[in-house]
Write a protein that binds this ligand. Structure first.
Ligand code: CTP
Length: 417
């Protein structure tokens, strides 16, 4: 008889009281509907590791939508359902929980999204990526809190190992290659020997995955606490090169990510900054290839384009004689994330100072007078107005004028000449 491990006290101690009591309630309601309910996946792994994780995934043997509807009434929450997949998301106050009908999956071909049909908890667990993610906790009242561990996930947690469930796992879904590296580096674990061997064997399968799915994995990585660790490991294993052969997960990147963390602390650096620093070694053409391969959304694509285009000019910013208006003209129009990326990437303290001046001050400076004021001063509408406004802007930037009165005097002087 395997030893029964009960995690109910971990649930009470590690999860917020509202979520812990929700789980008891959900188990009771499931029971009253004749269904079986389990907490599964990452949150179980993290409960055992003592790591915070509020992403509750519940699996129902039966019908998740029925259960979610009843729970939504009780909690007076909001529900979103996907009947085709048998899934529901329940939200109430600041909480949310995902409920999924237990399913089994088959992969029509490598890299495709799986076909899904209803199944048991066992079949649901057997289709998962790594043993540490296959554990579940019983939530029905008679067995509340009991750990279900079909694949030795707890042993692997204790031995700090990332292990796939079967030899074809990376072929079925090569995104697991990136996922494996992400868990390994996040948790300071190791890929188990055979898993590592199969991962290396199946690296070419990454080419079966759509750009959208690879982008999702990359976004997950760039939101890790230390993305550089995953990227470094990925480079060593020739996985990063599948994204683009010119990308580097090296010490330079690690140093820049560390500086970015310090700059944004206590918040985290934005994902676009991490991406721009990763893509920094690329040429224009390489960058365009990456943008279209990953089908980057407009905002991220713009950051990358700005960052690479600014890279060509950043040397000019290292000139100590550069006037504030010169700094402004070099930097205005670029996204601030791309500008910050270039500041971090630059070795020149002067360039960094100039960029800081732009971001802190120059970009907000505007002349006090506008076109209407100039017309009132007797200037004919037309190109002159634009030119005078630009000259005023420049004078403001370079500190040659600092008040509306002063601007008027300047303009009068220019007109009289
Ligand atoms: N899963 C999988 N194969 C994938 C993606 C997900 O088997 N390609 C399974 C894993 O069992 C995982 C669960 O689906 O635990 C939920 O996926 P996700 O939310 O991405 O994983 P978490 O473990 O919650 O990861 P994280 O801690 O990064 O959120």
């Amino acid at each position: 008889m395997p030893q029964i491990i009960n995690l109910s006290s971990k649930i009470e101690n590690q999860l917020p009281a509202e979520l812990a009591s929700f789980m008891r309630l959900a188990g009771e309601v499931a029971q009253s509907q004749g269904q079986s309910l389990y907490l599964v996946g990452g949150v179980v792994r993290d409960l055992l590791l003592g790591r915070t994780n509020l992403d509750l995934d519940l699996v129902v043997e039966g019908d998740a939508i029925d259960l979610a509807q009843r729970l939504t009434e009780i909690k007076q929450g909001k529900i979103t359902t996907h009947p085709r997949f048998g899934t529901a998301k329940l939200r109430w106050n600041k909480w949310s929980v995902d409920l999924t009908t237990a399913r089994s999956e088959t992969y029509a071909k490598p890299g495709a999204l799986p076909s899904v049909k209803p199944g048991s908890l066992n079949s649901d667990l057997s289709r998962r990526d790594f043993t540490i993610n296959t554990m579940a906790i019983e939530l029905n009242p008679s067995r509340y809190g009991e750990l279900i561990d079909r694949y030795g996930g707890r042993d692997d947690l204790n031995h700090k190992l990332i292990r796939i469930l079967h030899e074809e796992s990376f072929i079925d879904d090569a995104t697991r290659i990136w996922r494996g590296l992400r868990y390994e580096q996040r948790l300071n674990f190791q890929l188990e020997r055979n898993t590592l061997k199969l991962l290396k064997r199946d690296i070419p399968m990454l080419d079966t995955i759509s750009g959208d799915r690879i982008r999702y994995e990359l976004e997950c990585i760039l939101q890790e606490e230390y993305p550089e660790k995953v990227l470094h490991r990925a480079e060593k294993l020739n996985v990063l090169q599948r994204l683009h052969p010119s990308l580097k997960g090296n010490g330079w990147l690690a140093e820049k990510y560390e500086q970015a963390r310090q700059l944004f602390s206590p918040a985290s650096p934005p994902i676009g900054l991490h991406l721009a620093l990763l893509a920094y070694p690329l040429t224009n053409e390489e960058n365009e290839y990456l943008i279209s391969y990953l089908r980057l959304p407009k905002s991220l694509a713009q950051i990358l384009r700005d960052s690479i285009s600014l890279k060509a000019k950043v040397e000019l910013l290292a000139d100590p004689e550069l006037a504030p208006s010169g700094i402004y003209h070099l930097l205005s129009g670029y996204s601030s994330t791309a500008i910050i990326a270039n500041s971090l990437a630059s070795d020149s303290p002067i360039a960094r100072q100039h960029i800081k001046l732009f971001l802190d001050k120059l970009r907000y400076i505007k002349p006090a007078l506008n076109g209407n004021d100039l017309i009132r001063m007797g200037i004919a509408p037309g190109p002159d107005i634009k030119e005078i406004l630009e000259r005023l802007h420049e004078a403001r930037l370079d500190g040659k004028v600092s008040s509306k009165r002063g601007e008027e005097e300047l303009v009068k002087g220019w007109i009289s000449r």
